[in-house]
Write a protein that binds this ligand. Structure first.
Ligand SMILES: C[S@@+](CC[C@H](N)C(=O)[O-])C[C@H]1O[C@@H](n2cnc3c(N)ncnc32)[C@H](O)[C@@H]1O
Length: 495
């Protein structure tokens, strides 16, 4: 057992933790810490009890008053609390715990801008991480820098610099749990030593009220995305008293899937694709069934205007919207998801279908859309208006096969190509070659960014395969809209 693990165990005992002798905390320089079972664990076994007061939160930290005074809450407050406790060194109540944490977690937020550009180009994360860096830098400048510059702050300002803030933020993103309403998100010693396995976790994490076992409530069986600070979290005035009882309660770790002696004990951080895993936790999982690729609406419109006039594209998009279709929204961008098996979100298929319908059908639908009520089934209406009495197979896809004309399938393939071109000039084979010789431990950033990119490219391959399968199945004639095509210039997307 390593020295720091021994110190951590002593610290846990001093703080009133109760943990099973069957748990081994294995420490390796290369892989960090993981939890193993020294003997078989059975479903329902209680393996650890963690006092909430021993968790590092914005309520328990020695910086509470400073944070309250400055109105710091949510993930920003928790990051500040970590910086503060680290700055206290051995004087911190959490010293025995903080010794165990890495300096920072290797999430893309703490990569250099050059690494972000080189390793994430074209992937789902590139834009997001650049935006994160910008916003967090602003947060630091607005909220933390002035606080540290205030004359009566007695700790070393260099412990609160921008790099220290990003490092703390990476720990919050990769290791914090939602504890309860009073504490919000916090660092939960011991619970944060379990690694993640998608869908095959062995332990869950539960909150138990000290006053009554009937009050048990699931904290969340996973690491939770750090909550944005909500107004109610900031109004802390008398919350301390009203929550004092709950404050005394414990958290429990319970076995939900048997573990054999010697095996690693896993938690789950939730069902997530590789982009989300790398973004929040700094790792990826090959063959992740929850992986997705997004296709931006802007990319679809760019592709559309390479074949049709901008006016035409705008009109078709507007009809699609009037029929109550929309994509997914995030940070002011609209996009469509493609699942790991290559199936695109139906709304994308509907948009492509509307782009390709002949002028007369377009007018017909436009007219119908005028009287189309919110919440009506646009898909059914389109099938009814455009099938001209032909019999349509009823499928669970709700007429999806009707929309998958050869034109639409061709467009899906073209969109997969356009999306793929964003990765730059390296081919999929180049990426596979690089992955083969890459060391996941020593070249961690390169390894996980390659896995992310390869998994995304695999999904784009699946999208092409899906489109060509559907195209073969669909014997229907393509619509005669070729005459309104502008000259197609796909090379635009490859430059
Ligand atoms: C809550 S901590 C888990 C304990 C951690 N291994 C440690 O050394 O303290 C989360 C971090 O563990 C690592 N991790 C967890 N599950 C992993 C997995 N399945 N593959 C690779 N790394 C994993 C990642 O670095 C992640 O950010």
């Amino acid at each position: 057992m390593s020295r720091r693990i021994r110190a951590f165990k002593r610290w846990m005992t001093s703080q009133g933790f109760d943990f099973s002798d069957a748990l081994e905390f294995a420490d390796s320089d290369a892989d960090g810490i993981c939890v193993r079972a020294l003997c078989g664990l059975r479903e329902g076994d209680l393996v650890a009890t963690i006092p909430k007061r021993a968790c590092l939160t914005i309520r328990t930290s020695g910086a509470r008053e400073v944070m309250d005074g400055a109105g710091l809450a949510g993930p920003l407050g928790l990051s500040f609390a970590i910086m503060y406790e680290r700055a206290l060194g051995a004087a911190s109540l959490w010293y025995g715990y903080l010794q165990l944490l890495p300096e920072e977690e290797s999430v893309p937020l703490v990569w250099s801008s050059g690494e972000v550009d080189a390793l994430l180009r074209g992937t789902e994360l590139h834009k997001i991480v650049k935006e994160d860096k910008k916003l967090l830098r602003e947060d630091w400048k607005e909220c933390i820098k002035p606080l540290i510059e205030a004359a009566d702050f007695e700790l070393d300002p260099s412990d609160f610099g921008i790099d220290r803030y990003f490092a703390a933020k990476s720990l919050v993103s990769s290791r914090s749990f939602q504890i309860d309403e009073y504490h919000g998100s916090g660092m939960v010693p011991l619970a944060d030593l379990f690694n993640h396995k998608t869908g095959l976790e062995n332990v869950h994490f539960t909150s138990v009220s000290s006053s009554s076992s009937d009050d048990e409530s699931d904290v969340d069986d996973a690491f939770i995305e750090e909550k944005q600070s909500k107004p109610e979290e900031q109004s802390t005035s008398d919350a301390g008293d009203s929550f004092s009882e709950d404050n005394a309660a414990n958290l429990e770790m319970i076995v939900v899937r048997d573990v054999e002696a010697g095996d690693e004990v896993f938690n789950t951080y939730g069902y997530m694709g590789n982009a989300a895993l790398l973004h929040r936790y700094g790792f990826t999982e090959p063959n992740n069934p929850f992986d997705i690729v997004n296709i931006d609406l802007n990319l679809v419109l760019q592709w559309c205007t390479s074949s049709f006039s901008s006016r035409y594209a705008r009109a078709r998009l507007s009809l699609w919207r009037r029929l109550n279709y929309s994509g997914c929204m995030s940070q002011n961008s609209e996009y469509f998801e493609v699942a790991s098996d290559g199936e695109p979100q139906f709304e994308l298929i509907a948009l492509l279908f509307i782009i390709f319908i002949p002028e007369e059908a377009y007018r017909k639908l436009n007219y119908a859309a005028d009287s189309f009520k919110d919440g009506g089934d646009a898909t059914k209406m389109i099938v009814a208006k455009m099938s001209n009495g032909r019999r349509i197979h009823k499928t669970p896809g709700n007429g999806k096969e009707f929309f998958l004309t050869r034109n639409v399938c061709g467009a899906l393939v073209a969109l997969a190509d356009v999306r793929e071109s964003l990765y730059g000039s390296d081919s999929l084979e180049d990426d596979l070659g690089k992955l083969k010789i890459c060391c996941p431990v020593q070249e961690r950033k390169l390894y996980h960014s390659l896995v992310l990119r390869l998994c995304e490219r695999k999904i784009l391959q699946n999208l092409r395969a899906y489109a060509s399968r559907q195209s073969k199945m669909n014997k229907k004639e393509t619509f005669g809209v070729r005459k309104c095509f502008k000259r197609t210039n796909f090379s635009l997307f490859y430059s």
